[in-house]
Write a protein that binds this ligand. Structure first.
Ligand SMILES: [Zn+2]
Length: 144
């Protein structure tokens, strides 16, 4: 009965139905090779089901880092207003400097106001507006 050797692929005359190799050499070779077989996972096509990652590791962008440092300097990083500032900074970082759309400008403006509000200790949204005015006033009469 003609069979193909599982090691070298040559067809050989098998004396037994279960024969798989043309020679003892090929059988030994096959057995040696089997020590380095693929893992059970690969062999059975089982992909381990990992729990969904909560969030991929994210590095703070330059603006977010700067905003955090500024907030941290006045111990405002952990406040609600501080969180708003960081969220805005993150969005601007993600948009990047290539985004020259009006939304980017609006975000930047919002960020500045939010930062001023956070630093001033404001914790309400309508404080942002006041802070913006304060900042404008400060800029106009910057003496010290
Ligand atoms: Zn062979």
């Amino acid at each position: 009965m003609k069979k193909d050797c599982e090691t070298c692929g040559n067809s050989f005359d098998a004396k037994r139905r279960t024969a798989k190799y043309c020679s003892g050499k090929c059988r030994v070779q096959a057995q040696r090779g089997s020590t380095g077989t693929t893992s059970t996972v690969v062999a059975f096509g089982i992909v381990p089901q990992l729990p969904a990652e909560p969030e991929p590791e994210r590095r703070a962008g330059p603006l977010e880092t700067a905003a955090f440092q500024e907030l941290d300097a006045v111990s405002r990083a952990e406040t609600l207003a501080g969180g708003v500032v960081l969220a805005l900074a993150r969005r601007i970082d993600q948009a990047g400097p290539d985004d020259t759309g009006s939304s980017f400008a609006a975000l930047t403006k919002e960020l500045r106001a939010a930062l001023a509000a956070a630093v001033a200790g404001a914790e309400q949204d309508d404080e942002i507006d006041r802070a913006r005015k304060q900042m404008e006033a400060k800029r106009r009469g910057r003496a010290g």
